[in-house]
Write a protein that binds this ligand. Structure first.
Ligand code: ACO
Length: 391
């Protein structure tokens, strides 16, 4: 079999593509990216325009149904989300309380979404209903995870408040952050800009898991685990930890840029580079401006200055220019979450709240694709030839 696979590869029948950079795993109508031009379209609309003009739930409607809602549709849509009973399910109390101190919020979200399978069995409810349940429940789960991190009581979910306002209230109670229009706008913008990004690691994972006919919520749970990694959604946490470490080490940015360029040093500038974008990530441009607005509001954040300076150094450095490494979506988003008062370990959970519409849209598209087949990549075997046990 080893020889057969290698022969197939040589003859061009099998493509050796670690990282799947040159392999399309599906056809999709949801999101388009032109990485060279820095273009990102949600169902044809530039994501920046959507972020400027639409709410997160309007964006979710666009991504999952193909169109923005009309007035009446939006009312019904919001009512279906508000009607979900999952956010208030009594299981969350004992589940989150049982998590050991120090459990990462992404572990909590992965566990809780997996449990959702038994609260709303996929077979019993439609994918449409499962989507409403996920949109309604994700902010509640993230807020419960935050309460667990801070070891304080959970705040109740209030479906009558706006989506973002409700979430901020669950996180910060009566603190001014929860009602500050600038913070509400910043979070809404971030959620819209995270809503989908075609075949990224977590969405591709979701599609692969769903291809075995696993349920919706278990596919989402797997996607959350993929998102957690620092090379993917976990980068927003890693960026702030990196900036803090540089600051604590004397603030010499040049030293860390040199480390990132050293091929014998595994250190990378977190928040830089992207598999698809070969120019400035369209989302990062918008998020940088939101960060500028928000980070000066309470007290000026010196990490923002460091981030801007790092971008400037990289912009003029041959190594980064040659490899087309620019700030990605995660480079500035953590600064905004930090200004709101979220601890770093919450950052990727906030990304996950935003990515829920994309996962719903891709799961639905994959489930109804005419070419649906179980995902089962090939490999090139490089182990020993057949041999006999010698005893
Ligand atoms: N810092 C320094 N060098 C880098 C960086 C970086 N952040 N990113 C890539 N490079 C270098 C690599 O060392 C490699 O150099 P070489 O050609 O001399 O070997 C070259 O650029 C290409 O890098 P790859 O790892 O092959 O690029 P790939 O497309 O596989 O990885 C990734 C993309 C994972 C995003 C990478 O750029 C990275 O690790 N960035 C830092 C983590 C990060 O910010 N992730 C968030 C991405 S956005 C998101 O997922 C939501």
């Amino acid at each position: 079999p080893a020889v057969a696979a290698a022969d197939l590869a040589r003859e061009g029948y099998l493509v050796y593509d670690p990282g799947l950079a040159d392999t399309a795993i599906c056809r999709s109508e949801i999101t388009y990216i032109d990485g060279d031009a820095g273009i990102l379209l949600y169902r044809g609309y530039p994501a920046q325009q959507v972020a400027e003009k639409c709410t997160f739930l309007q964006t979710a409607h666009l991504l999952t149904t193909g169109e923005l809602p009309t007035g009446a549709q939006e009312e019904q849509w919001l009512a279906r989300i508000a009607a979900s009973t999952l956010p208030g399910n009594p299981v969350w109390g004992p589940l989150f309380d049982a998590m050991p101190a120090g459990t990462h919020p992404m572990a909590m979200l992965a566990a809780a979404t997996s449990v959702m399978t038994s609260l709303a069995p996929d077979g019993a409810s439609s994918i449409e209903q499962a989507g409403f349940d996920l949109l309604a429940t994700m902010p509640a789960l993230a807020a419960h995870a935050f309460a667990r991190v801070e070891d304080r009581p959970r705040r109740p979910y209030d479906p009558s408040a706006g989506y973002v306002e409700n979430f901020l209230h669950m996180c910060f109670g009566d603190s001014p952050v929860a009602t500050d229009p600038a913070m509400v706008h910043a979070l809404e913008t971030l959620l819209v800009l995270h809503a989908d990004h075609e075949q990224n690691c977590s969405t591709a994972t979701l599609r692969l898991v769903s291809s075995s006919n696993a349920g919706f919520f278990s596919s989402v749970s797997a996607a959350l685990s993929a998102l957690w990694g620092p090379l993917h959604g976990g980068a927003n946490q890693a960026v702030i930890e990196m900036l803090q470490a540089i600051r604590d080490d004397g603030g010499d940015l040049g030293k860390y840029v040199a480390k990132a360029k050293d091929r014998n040093d595994p250190f990378r500038l977190m928040g830089f580079g992207h598999r698809v974008y070969r120019t400035f990530d369209a989302r990062a441009r918008v998020i940088r401006e939101v960060a500028r607005e928000v980070c000066g509001k309470a007290a000026h954040d010196p990490l923002l200055d460091m981030a801007l300076e790092l971008e400037e150094i990289a912009r003029n450095d041959e190594f980064f220019l040659e490899r087309k490494l620019y700030p990605n979506v995660d480079f500035y988003s953590g600064l905004i979450y930090r200004a709101m008062g979220f601890p770093v370990e919450m950052f990727t959970a906030l990304f996950a709240v935003g990515r829920a519409p994309g996962w719903i849209a891709h799961w639905t598209e994959a489930a109804t694709a005419p070419e649906r087949r179980i995902g089962r990549p090939a490999q090139l075997y490089t182990g020993p030839e057949t041999r006999d046990l010698q005893f």
